[in-house]
Design a protein around this ligand. Sequence first.
Ligand code: HEC
Length: 193
Amino acid sequence: MRHQLLIATTIVGLASSTSTPAEPPPVPDANVAEAKAIIKSFFGSLKGELETAVAQGGPQNAVMVCKARAPVIADTITKDSGWDVGRTSLKLRNPQANAPDAWETEVLEHFEQRKADGEPVETIVYAETVETDDGSEFRFMKAIPTLEVCLACHGTDLTPEVVEALDQAYPDDQARGFSLGDIRGAFTLSKPL
Ligand code: HEC
């Protein structure tokens, strides 16, 4: 009984001294804030270009815009910010460019579990400081929810024109059949500490 009380006191003490949950290892908050800001700008650019391309030539035209522009936007942000920035998924459209490494695969699987446990996809993130051969690295991932606008190219009900464009550009496409609210994938960022 006394033992339980002691634990309770410890947990309360922890909760009041830090704003982050006790579960993941402690990480510098400045890095989390920076990663979130980069993702906001990355997502904003992608979504903006996508919407313009869809408005100009329909989703079948936007497939090729996405193929050409997504890696360029990611590269530009990587160069400007000093962070390695990309997107990944358990079901890939472009496995050459976006395949997850072992750490990312584990985090993505964990994200699916957290969603199944009832956590809103919009807020699912994970941060960790990992040790590599070159020293410490800060890694951050944020789940990407499937929105209405995504369904034209990642949903279950694609037009024949979109199917044709996708089949031509991505013969091994696994990124179809998503529903609203599914985890489409994740932003993945890292930087050396
Ligand atoms: C006009 C078609 C189109 C729309 C709409 C679209 N995407 Fe994609 N998506 C693509 C293409 C094409 C790629 C492959 C890009 C590449 O070659 O790197 C892709 C790749 C991705 C990837 C990278 C992982 C992978 O599968 O290679 C993610 C994550 C993603 N899309 C999420 C989204 C989300 C979220 C939305 C809605 C906000 C969305 N997409 C809307 C066409 C589209």
